[in-house]
Each structure stands twice: as C-alpha cells, then as structure tokens.
Design a protein around this ligand. Sequence first.
Ligand code: FAD
Ligand code: NAD
Length: 472
Amino acid sequence: MNSVQLVVVGGGPGGYAAAFLAADLGLSVALVDPEANPGGVCVYRGCIPSKALLHVANVLDEAKRAKAWGIEFGEARIDLAKLRAFKNDVVKRLTSGTGQLVKHRKVQYIQGLAAIVDPHTLRINKTGGGEESLRFDHAILATGSAPAKPAALAINDARVMDSTAALDLPDVPKSLLVVGGGYIGLELGSVYAALGSVVTIVEMAGGLLPGADRDLVDVLAKRVNRVMKSVLLNTRVIKMAAESKGIRVTLEGPSLRDDARYLLFDRVLVAVGRQPNSAIPGLDGTRVKVTERGFVHVDEQMRTDEPSIFAIGDLVGEPMLAHKASHEGRVAVEVIAGENVAFEARAIPAVVFTDPELAWCGLTETQAQKDGRKVVVAKFPWGASGRAITLDRTDGLTKLILDPDTETILGVGLVGPGAGELIAEGVLAIEMGANATDLKLSIHPHPTLTETLMESAEVFFGQATHVYRPRR
Ligand code: FAD
Ligand code: NAD
C-alpha cells in the first residue's frame, strides 16, 4: 500500500501551504483534493475570483468618478463573456502555478475525495474513477467550509445563488436581493451594483458587518447606502418562492413598511455565513471531536483529540480567512516535524474588499468595550491626509487602539481605499509589541496613506502635524 509520512486532506490555502512546507522540510507528502490543482475555495471560488471582479467594479466606479475631475468616458459597455473569461483566466493562472509547485516539490497529488478508514489509513475515491488506499504517519485535515443554507433560504431554483453561483456571473440581473450584510454580501453585492444591478441588502443584525467597529462601518455604510437601492437592517427573509417573473421574497422586520414585506427579485444571493466541512466519512470512527457548530476541535498546536490527526483552516473555527488557514497549516507541519511551536498570533488581519475597503487587526474597540478593558483610541481622519486629498478620497479613517499605561498598540482599524494593504503595518506593529512612540518615530513616505498610521500615533500624543487635537 502507498504510504507517506504526511497526508494533507484538502488543497485550499491551508492544505497546500502545509503540504508545501512539509515537503520543504523533507517529509514525504501526499495532498488529496477533488480539483485538478491545489487552490481550494479561496482560489477557485472565493478570495481570488471575487477580487478580480472587485477590481473591475472599482475601475467602473473610478471611471464614473472621473467626471468630477474633468474626464468623461461615456457609458460603460460590459462584455460579460470577456469579463468571465478574465476572471477564469486569473484562477487558471494561479492554479496552474500551484500545480507546478506540487511537481517541483515532489508532493504526491491525489485528485479525489478522502475517507478515513482508521487513524493511519485513508481511502481515496479518485476523481477519474477507482479507489486508492494510503497509509500515513500523520494527517492534516483541511477540508474547509461551504455556504450555510438555512431552511428558509434553501429553494431549488438557479436564480437563488450562493457565492459560487454568483461568481459564475450568469447574467447581470435587473434586481438582486443580497441576504446577509457580511463579507460576501457586501463584496459581491458591490460587484453586481457596479455592473448595473439594482441591489437590495437584507441583514438580520442592527448594522452591516456585525462585530467590526461602528465608526469604520459607518464610513462604508454611507457609500453602500448610495450605491445600493436599499439596506434593510434588523430584517430577515422568512420565505422565498419561485415565480415565473422572479423570486418572491417575504421579509420580516420591525421597521418594514407593509409594501416592503413581499418583494420580487430577478435573482437572490444568499450569503449568511459558512459551515465547516466536518462530515468527512469515517471521522466519527476516530477520537477527533467535533463541536456543536461543526468545527473540529484542536489545541493551539492544531492537534485534534486523535494523536495522528491534525486539523486547520475553516474546518477548525473562525475567523474563516485564507491567511489564518495558511498560518495554521504551517504551524501544524512544524509541530509534526518536531518543533515546539503553537498558533499564537496576536493579530489576524481582516479585510473587506469593498470600496472603501475596511480592515482591522488585533483588538477592536467593540471587543475592548465588551471585555471592559480600558483603552485609548487615537483616530486620524483622512480629510487631513495629503494623499487622500490627491485621490479625492477623504472618506477614510485610521484608528489605533492603545493600552493607556504602556502605550502599546493593541489594535488597528482602517477604512478607505487601500486599507487592505495598509493593515499589514498594523499587524507587524502588534506582533512586534510596538508602541505609539515606535510608530510616531518611524518615518513614513510622503505623500502616502501610510502616513495616516504615523499621524494616528501623533494624535495619541496630541501632536499630529495635520490635525489640531491637543491631548486631553
Ligand atoms: P478551503 O479553501 O475551503 O479548501 C478546502 C478544500 O478541501 C476544498 O478544495 C475541498 O474541495 C477539499 N475537500 C473537502 N472535503 C474533502 C475530502 N473529504 N477529501 C479531499 N478534499 C476535500 N478569505 C480571505 O482571507 N480573503 C478573502 O478575500 C476571501 N474572500 C472570499 C470570498 C468568497 C466568495 C468566499 C466564499 C470565501 C472567501 N474567503 C476569503 C474565505 C477563504 O476562501 C477561506 O477562509 C479559505 O479558503 C479557507 O481555506 P481552507 O484551506 O481551510 O479550506
Ligand atoms: P458573514 O458571517 O461575513 O456574514 C453573514 C451575515 O449574514 C451576517 O452579517 C449575519 O448577521 C447575516 N445573516 C445571517 N443569517 C441571516 C438571515 N437569515 N437573514 C439576514 N441576514 C442574515 O458570512 P459571509 O458573508 O457568508 O462570508 C462567510 C465567511 O467567508 C466570512 O465570515 C469570512 O470569514 C469569509 N470571507 C472573507 C472575505 C474576506 O476576507 N474579504 C470575503 C468573503 C468571505
């Protein structure tokens, strides 16, 4: 029987990062995934295709905004087939790259779905037909997650889409209902709005992106309210029915007008969260524990309760983000290779790639309030940033969450174009235990949006060059 030191089940950003590091460390490695090449949800139907489309959405929006600067392009003509081909090509380029890396690293890539026979044996149902058994010393489970489908939202009609179907860009519907004002609802809702759909968002919580700091979300919400037809908060979809002219949706919410309770949409995108893929055949025959919410239970070294089996990524818990999955994958491999390491990130960045982008890392102000933790918040409005003014984008905000006694940077929040790139500096600052003085004394290039981080630190001391806000 084929046998390896490590098998990784699932070829997403968690699984392939783990398999590649294990090969680099000299282990014999197999990677099992149903697709032709590694990539997982992130590359095939998540992060990457959505960002390709969001890039196009930004171009469309910028072109419209250019009118205010004396440049007019006229009405955009959208060639949907070409747009689809661009997005598919982006995915193909990346997945053929990961396929090459598999070969260079001599990772055994087995295309198929794995079932667990016992804590040292897998049976793989191969995509091309047939089965293969595989013995292993250690396994890393990295089977990821899939869209959640609550019963009220599960109707069998192609016009009701999950994120995968929406990324396929079947058409540009005249009207689109987005159920869920979280990451996917806002990102893909923005894409369809930019392409010309009239978009309505329904969110059951009292605000978009529950969990993120309100002052950041408020900036994004202003624009979302402008580009979407309406955003219905504290509202749920309680029923959907297919009609010949569209999907009839019944809404429930305290502030809904009677005429807004039964609406008809050409298409609906359901984006109400994701569920871990923990129904791996044979898993229940091992000592691996699965929580009530379906996450595989692991310790900080990514060990499950079965000594030979580790688990990482969306399968083990939130935040369900690609970079968290990759980092966990690398930790699991190092532990298997005998190193004394653990997953102990101080800051996992979160980025919502809307326009403006919203990003945060470390402690949020909301969390500090919940925990009753005393913090100081220093904010720098982008209206005072030279770079933001040159971009005609003064709608941003940078904030630091600091320990009042040690001045240590505990959290960073950003909203504005490019926030997703800027947040990396916050991650480094938090991981390095930097304080406000470190950030203040680091010379930042001018004119850039990075200066807003430095000037936020100056705000903390009441000495920001471009805002007058004496220290209280
Ligand atoms: P996945 O990427 O889910 O990969 C798991 C793989 O395991 C899949 O290929 C699956 O087919 C395979 N598998 C499942 N069962 C088996 C089995 N029994 N045998 C073999 N293989 C199996 N995150 C970000 O950080 N940034 C973003 O911009 C971002 N955008 C997103 C946009 C969308 C529309 C979606 C849906 C998600 C997005 N995410 C983003 C989340 C990100 O995709 C996930 O957090 C990430 O893919 C998780 O990685 P993973 O390795 O845990 O699993
Ligand atoms: P989400 O958790 O981000 O948002 C779901 C939203 O739906 C929440 O605001 C929730 O309150 C709301 N909701 C739940 N049930 C509802 C209902 N019945 N009616 C109305 N609203 C309801 O989930 P998502 O947008 O589906 O994305 C899933 C995960 O994928 C994210 O949490 C994130 O981890 C990951 N993701 C990340 C990125 C990124 O990093 N940029 C992008 C897309 C997805």
